[in-house]
Write a protein that binds this ligand. Structure first.
Ligand code: ARG
Length: 462
């Protein structure tokens, strides 16, 4: 270990403890490829500013490209004396072209603008990956919705049976939040188009380097407006962490439904063998581990977000070393979703529903009571009165072990003369579902349209 990057001012190198707390190579090594691409662009800017010769530029390009191929072959060598990815690269560059030329590359840039640029580049790559993984889950939900179109299930509020809905309508209700997550990613990608490279430590460089040139080389639309902001802000990282946490929360709600559906008491769905686990002690068990881990990891993703926000809160401008703490949580959140999204896509794709059972349970719990009340409203009974009449009918049925549709003409009339036998026409599950045919409703015709719309909206992201 040495004071390699700042030796002149220091009589001694850092203590082992100083070095240990400082070292980030263990996690920022994954930015090595991006650091090298940025270095190629920076060499070009140095040459354009006449700070290195043609020959020196060629030497640097050759060495950087050599390191890029080492990197892609996984042969990038890390030394225990390397503090971070930037110093590791400078050391290796020195080994290839000599310390003098390698040392020229450091002119006009700082690890502050390097890391701020590279984390943005990293997010851009990872967010695009995330889009395709989210689409897999949406596709799996859409395929199930199509497969079971027309099948009824009990809809719930407060976890109590409320009204029958189409199973497909419920499945698609889990797809739309993910569609909004796609839009959130899209919005963030639009904000990730400015490069901080050239901001140097905080105020820019005196050397006449062109930040726009580097921005363009690295695929950004432009360089940042403000070098202090460029090097010290991490709101784009926290925004990415929020989006990953939101995806985690959205998936955890789907996971919870699947866990519930697969209980013996509910029995609406069965897990595929390859997408579930058994128990080491109870031979009969089939456990929804993917759904449980998804639910559990949502907590971890929220933790990463709150940790990041807390790190940034109250930090003075410009760069502070606290900002090094941004990387592990955001890397972790993106990595975890790389496990969760494909697993959930497979879990949904292989889930088998028991349509007979979801149909059977759809009329339980007096789930057609609203339909009775609405029928009375169409007969000019004020809703408040209709609500009361229906409530009395439910109580009567409860006391006599009946369902609403099983009441005799006399029993109906006994509750209220307004309850004529025709009310039975609306007391069936599919009638109730198909009657809810306003925009966004659960009627089959609306759900088919919804499915088509979902495909149109997601096509834009493919
Ligand atoms: N490892 C640092 C980070 O992740 C890079 C910048 C270090 N800058 C410095 N002046 N020590 O933020």
């Amino acid at each position: 270990m040495s004071a390699g990057l700042w030796g002149g001012r220091f009589e001694s190198g850092p203590s082992p403890e100083m070095f240990a707390i400082s070292q980030s190579i263990g996690f920022d090594i994954r930015l090595a490829g991006l650091d090298l691409f940025a270095s190629l662009a920076h060499a070009k800017a140095l040459h354009a500013a006449l700070l290195i010769s043609e020959e020196e530029l060629e030497g640097l390009n050759f060495a950087i490209n050599t390191l890029i191929s080492r990197c892609s072959e996984g042969e990038f060598n890390v030394d225990s004396s390397d503090e971070d990815v930037h110093s590791a690269l400078e050391r290796q560059l020195g080994e290839l072209v000599g310390e003098e030329l390698a040392g020229r590359l450091r002119a006009g840039r700082s690890r502050n603008d390097q890391i701020a640029t590279e984390i943005r580049m990293y997010l851009r790559i990872e967010l695009v990956r995330l889009i395709s993984e989210i689409l897999q889950v949406i596709d799996a939900l859409a395929a199930k919705a199509e497969r079971y179109l027309g099948v009824a299930m009990p809809g719930r509020t407060h976890m109590q049976q409320a009204q029958p809905v189409l199973l497909s309508h419920h499945l698609l209700a889990h797809a739309w939040p993910l569609v909004r997550d796609l839009a959130r990613i899209d919005g963030l990608l639009e904000r990730l188009t400015e490069s901080p490279y050239g901001s140097a430590a905080l105020g820019g460089s005196t050397l006449g380097l062109d930040p726009e040139l580097v921005a363009e080389e690295l695929g950004f639309a432009s360089s940042v407006q403000n070098s202090i902001d460029g090097t010290s802000s991490r709101d784009l990282v926290t925004e990415a962490a929020y989006i990953t946490a939101q995806i985690g929360v959205d998936l955890s709600r789907l996971a919870e439904d699947i866990i519930f559906w697969c209980t013996q008491e509910v029995g609406f769905a069965r897990l595929d063998d390859a997408w579930s686990t058994g128990s080491s002690i109870m031979p009969q068990k089939k456990n929804p581990d993917i759904a449980e881990l998804t639910r559990g990891k949502a907590g971890r993703l929220i933790g990463n977000l709150t940790g990041l926000l807390t790190t940034c809160k109250g930090l003075p401008l410009a760069y502070n070393r606290d900002l090094q703490e941004d990387k592990e949580p955001i890397f972790d959140s993106l990595d975890q979703l790389g496990l969760v999204l494909p697993a959930m896509a497979g879990l949904v794709a292989t889930l088998a529903f028991d349509s007979e059972r979801t149909e059977l349970m759809s009329s339980a719990g007096f789930s057609l009571a609203t339909d009775m009340a609405d029928w009375l409203v169409r007969r000019r009974v004020p809703f408040a009165r209709a609500h009361e009449i229906t409530g009395q009918a439910v109580r009567f049925c409860e006391e006599n072990g009946l369902n609403l549709e099983q009441m005799t003409d006399e029993q109906l009339a006994g509750i209220s003369p307004a309850l004529t036998p025709e009310v039975r026409q609306v007391l069936n599950v599919h009638g109730a579902i198909e009657a809810r045919n306003g925009a966004g409703g659960t009627a089959t015709v609306r759900v088919s349209e919804q499915l088509k719309h979902l495909m149109d909206v997601t096509a834009a992201y493919r």
